[in-house]
Design a protein around this ligand. Sequence first.
Ligand SMILES: Cc1cc2nc3c(=O)[nH]c(=O)nc-3n(C[C@H](O)[C@H](O)[C@H](O)COP(=O)(O)OP(=O)(O)OC[C@H]3O[C@@H](n4cnc5c(N)ncnc54)[C@H](O)[C@@H]3O)c2cc1C
Length: 385
Amino acid sequence: MDFEYTQEEEAFRQEVRDFLDENLVPRDERGPDFLKNWLTGVRAKRWVGFSWPRDVGGGGANLTRQAILKEEMAVRNAPPLGFSFMGLSWVGPAIIQYGTEEQKDRFIPDILDSKVQWCTGFSEPNVGSDLASLQCKAERDGDFYIVNGQKIWTSGAASADWIILLTRTNWDPDNKHDGITTLLVDMKSSGIEVRPIENMAGQRHFAEVFFTDVKVPVENRLGEESNGWRVTISSLANERSSIGEVTGLFQQLDELKDLVKRTRRRGRPAAQDPRARRRLGEFEARIEAMKLNGLRYLTKQIRGEPLSSETSVNKLHRAHLEVEMSDFAVELLGESGLVRDGDAAVDNGRWARASLSWPNVVIGGGTPNIQKNIIAERILGLPKD
Ligand SMILES: Cc1cc2nc3c(=O)[nH]c(=O)nc-3n(C[C@H](O)[C@H](O)[C@H](O)COP(=O)(O)OP(=O)(O)OC[C@H]3O[C@@H](n4cnc5c(N)ncnc54)[C@H](O)[C@@H]3O)c2cc1C
C-alpha cells in the first residue's frame, strides 16, 4: 500500500496552501465581507463541488485531489467551501446522478453558489434506523403528487428553501424497500408546517415538518417512481473521503492540548497530571489509526473498488472519540466547563456546547448499534440480527 503523493499532487497541495496564506484571516476577523470574498475565491478555483463533473460547474477533480483539498482546509480551520451544506454534501450528488437535465440546470448552480439551503426529510416519528418503513404518503394526481405525512429531526428545516423528501408511493409488505419515491419539494409550498425542536444545548437546529395535501409537480421527482431507496443509498455513498474529517479531529486535539497547557488541576498544571497526559496520548493514537484507515478507504476508491461496510469502523470510532474528547475537556475544567454563556464560560462555552452536542456525531449517519450490526454481519460474517 503506497500512501505517497505524486509530484503533481504535492504541487496542488502547495497551491491550496498558498491560497490559504493569501486569503485566510483569523477566525474572529471573519465577517460578512470576508466570507463573501472567500466564497467568490473558492468558487473561481472550482473547489466548490470539486469532484463534480465540469459540465455541471464542478471541478472534475479526482479523489486524491479532493482529499488533499479537504485536508488542507481542515488543518487551517478554513470556512466551508459553500454554505449550502446538505446541497453540497449529498443533494447535489444525488441530482447529478439521478436528475434530469432540467433538474441539473435548475438546482446545481444555486447549490454551487450557496444561494439555496436544502434540508433532508427522511426520519419520521416511528421511523429512524429502519428507514425503509417510512409512511409519508405521495399519491399521484395528474401532473402532481399530493403529499401527506410527517417528518421529524429535519435539520435546518426552518431556514431551508427546499427539502429532499422520501415518500411512500406504494406499499408492499414483503418488500418495504420498493415503493419509496424521492421528491424535491419547495419549502414555501402551501400545506407545509415547520415546528422547530429545541435540543438540550438550547439550539433549534432541527424541526418537525408536517405535510397536508402538499402539491408537488411530477417534474420534481428525483429518479424513477418507487426507486427512491436506490437514490438514497447510492447518493449517501458520495463524497465519502474521510481524510478531511480525521484532520478535523487532529485540529480538535490541538485545541485540547492547548487547554491542558493553560489549565491547573489539583494545584498543579494539568499538563503535568499523569491522567491528562495519558488521555491525550490515547486520543492521538486513536486519531492516527483512523487517519490510516481513511487512507485505506481512499486507496480502495482510487482503485475503483466501491466502499461499503468498512466505513462503519471509522464512523463508530469517530462517534466515541468526539464524545470522549469533549467530556475530557469538561471534566478537566470542573464546574466552569459546564458554563455555556457569560464571562465564566471558558473559550466562549465551546467545550460545554460540544459535550451537549454528542447526538450530532453519535446518531448522525446511523447510530453506534447500527454500525456494530453492520460490522458484525458484513465484516465479521456473523448471522443477521
Ligand atoms: C443531530 C441530529 C440531526 C438529524 N438530522 C436529520 C435530518 O436532517 N433529517 C432526517 O431525516 N433525520 C435526521 N436525524 C434523525 C436521525 O437520522 C435518526 O435519529 C436516526 O436515524 C435514528 O433513528 P431514531 O431516532 O428513530 O432512533 P431508533 O431507530 O428508534 O433507535 C433507537 C435506539 O435503538 C437502537 N436500534 C434501532 N434499531 C436497532 C437494531 N436493529 N439493532 C440494535 N439496535 C437498534 C438504536 O441504535 C438507538 O439506540 C437527525 C438526528 C440527530 C441526532
